[in-house]
Ligand binder design. Structure first.
Ligand SMILES: [Zn+2]
Length: 374
């Protein structure tokens, strides 16, 4: 359709020279020019053509371009204003899906957790331990205090849960609950870097607790040797944030439902083979929930678990560390979390893609669709 409109426009205005401009810009894009640099090149070429026409209106060049210099300048001005307005609207839209710039993150909106001395300022050993956070403008003392007050539930202590648990404990997240009903096996150790060979056969939640305690004795860890289900709304409502690294669609669906009911944001990641994706499901703050985007389970065999399909060892490290990063941003109120956006990482070709995602009005979990009673 856009090609048809462009063709009609060229035919009506006899602006065939635009094909040459498009070819030059296409070549520049192919050579790696992007964003404002590509735009600047387009504007410069446009102005050069307009100047050529203005300088010699009776030349073969002006005849070939067919447009007047004045008309070209007006078209450029109108085009740039439209582009600026579009960018402005997109910026406002992003701000709307990511409220929370006014409050330093999630935690101050909720009660304080008595992890370490609840209201004490950040102490000397903590100043040392978290020094690299405290010097960051976006975290600083208030952000670090918010991390200490935070109460986070990590669902699944597997490949994604391992870096999530380690980085959250290292970052000083005051209370961490880790839920997993599985036991450590040798085949986990290729990627679940929170476990040691000596953990073989132990419950994952217990082994993860010990690793986090050894890393940071200042944080309070609660292991849950069970799965989190859709009935766990009360458990989830007692946390500021849930991070889901579980490996089955049914489990992720259940956690999404319970989080949507409790109004708690959910950092969700998933991986298979060489590719991973992550986002923040948060229907209570305008972002979609998982059921908005994935209303139904994929057909049998289309999304096999890692045990069948395989997964390259560092991939859960990449995606899990990004999930921990999103959690820290959400808690400290830093930057723009992935609300309403999904990041897709292709490890085999080292490519990142960012997709915009929106809430669905008829979503059965967060929209007007039928919400199963809780
Ligand atoms: Zn939804």
């Amino acid at each position: 359709m856009p090609i048809v409109i462009a063709g009609v426009f060229l035919w009506l205005t006899k602006g065939w020279w635009l094909l040459g401009l498009a070819a030059v810009l296409g070549l520049a894009h192919w050579l790696g020019l992007r964003g404002w640099k590509l735009l600047a090149l387009g504007v410069i070429l446009w102005l050069a053509v307009a100047a050529g026409v203005h300088h010699a209106p009776d030349s073969r060049f002006a005849w070939a371009v067919h447009w007047s210099a004045d008309g070209m300048i007006w078209m450029l001005v109108i085009g740039l204003i439209a582009l600026g307005a579009g960018q402005g609207l997109a910026f406002l839209h992003r701000r709307n899906i990511a409220p929370g710039h006014d409050a330093p993150g999630l935690v101050p909106l909720r009660r304080a957790a008595p992890a370490v001395a609840p209201k004490a300022p950040v102490s000397d050993p903590e100043l040392d331990r978290y020094a690299r956070h405290i010097v960051l403008r976006e975290i600083g003392g208030p952000g670090q205090a918010a991390l200490r007050r935070a109460n986070v539930l990590v669902v699944g202590a597997g490949g994604l849960g391992a870096p999530v648990c380690l980085y959250l404990a290292a970052a000083g997240v005051g209370r961490i609950t880790v839920a997993d009903d599985d036991r450590v096996s040798l085949s986990n150790l290729q990627r679940q870097v929170i476990f040691r060979s000596s953990d073989d056969g132990r419950p994952k939640a217990d082994a993860a607790r010990d690793a986090m305690r050894a890393l940071n004795p200042l944080v309070e860890i609660t292991p849950l040797n069970r799965r989190v289900t859709a009935a766990d709304t009360a458990l989830i409502a007692g946390h500021d944030l849930v991070i889901d690294g579980s490996d089955s669609f049914a489990s992720r669906q259940a956690v999404n439902l319970a989080c949507a009911r409790a109004g708690v944001p959910l950092v969700a990641g998933s991986i298979a083979q060489w590719e991973g994706q992550l986002t923040v499901w948060d229907p209570a703050r305008g972002a979609p929930c998982m059921a908005c985007i994935f209303p139904e389970a994929p057909a049998q065999g289309l999304a096999p678990a890692c045990a069948e399909a395989g997964v390259v060892g560092p991939l859960p490290g990449v995606i899990g560390a990004m999930m921990a990063l999103e959690a820290i941003k959400l808690i400290a109120g830093a930057g723009e979390p992935l609300r309403g956006r999904m990041l897709i990482f292709d490890g085999l070709y080292s490519e990142n893609r960012l997709m915009k995602i929106s809430r669905r009005a008829a979503c059965p979990v967060c929209g007007s669709g039928h919400l199963p009673p809780g």
